[in-house]
Design a protein around this ligand. Structure first.
Ligand code: B16
Ligand code: MG
Length: 218
């Protein structure tokens, strides 16, 4: 029987369906720079920091930029991203998330968020969901970004649990790599054929509770 004490959630693609807004903002930036961003790039942009994403987008367009220009472009993308979230409401919360969080709360399981997004804390507060989490570690609080495990290690430290006593829920390949490197158990949220490095993959939280998640390991 494995010992699980805490659950750590990625935000974008796990709790909220904001990945599409990130991508649409990158598409808009590419358009401004004069090229069309291939939809296949979307998967590669998931889970990584804003600057790492920008570098991939610029590479796709064969565009070189100075550090100052990159700061401006990243700001422009973030302004558009925030603009698309200005009417943020519950409809952005992924299916099954709230009942799942409620079931964990009822069991008294300590929860944390580990997100690459610098907007994560703001989004959770706007949705009034911050109360579910004992710790929220976002992109402003780390030096190294996914696939480095720092964000999850900090979350586990806040929960005061060993890494192998926590399950991380992740929708991105880079995030799964980060959690694995950090010694966590990892459940992928999404498609099995994409998230091949996760311990196991579920499509969404609908119908899941604390017991059904532990059963995945037994
Ligand atoms: P921001 P997660 C990640 O969030 C997104 O998946 C990724 O697409 C985004 O570039 C990154 O946050 C940074 O976001 O620009 O808001 O700081 O999946 O780690 O919760
Ligand atoms: Mg994610």
């Amino acid at each position: 029987m494995i010992e699980i004490k805490g659950f750590i959630f990625d935000l974008d693609g796990v709790i909220v369906d904001t990945a599409k807004y990130h991508f649409l903002s990158w598409v808009r930036l590419a358009d401004k720079l004069g090229f069309e961003l291939n939809t296949q790039v979307e998967e590669r942009l998931k889970g990584i920091s804003r600057m790492d994403s920008l570098n991939i987008v610029l590479e796709e367009g064969g565009i070189e930029a100075t550090e100052d220009e990159k700061i401006q472009l990243a700001k422009q993308k973030n302004d558009w991203y925030l603009e698309s979230l200005k009417d943020l409401d519950d409809s952005v919360v992924l299916e099954g998330v709230i009942p799942f969080l409620e079931s964990l709360k009822a069991e008294g399981i300590p929860l944390a968020v580990g997100s690459a997004s610098r907007n994560a804390t703001r989004i959770l507060h706007k949705l009034e969901m911050q109360h579910y989490f004992r710790s929220i570690v976002d992109g402003n609080m780390v030096i190294k970004t996914k696939p480095d495990p720092e964000v999850f290690i900090n979350a586990a430290r806040d929960l005061q649990f060993r890494e192998d006593h926590c399950i991380v829920f992740e929708d991105s390949k880079k995030g799964i790599k980060a959690a694995k490197t950090g010694g966590f158990k990892v459940i992928g949220i999404g498609k099995k054929d994409v998230l091949t490095e996760a311990d196991t993959v579920i499509e969404h939280f609908l119908g899941h509770n604390y017991r059904s998640i532990l059963d995945l390991y037994n």
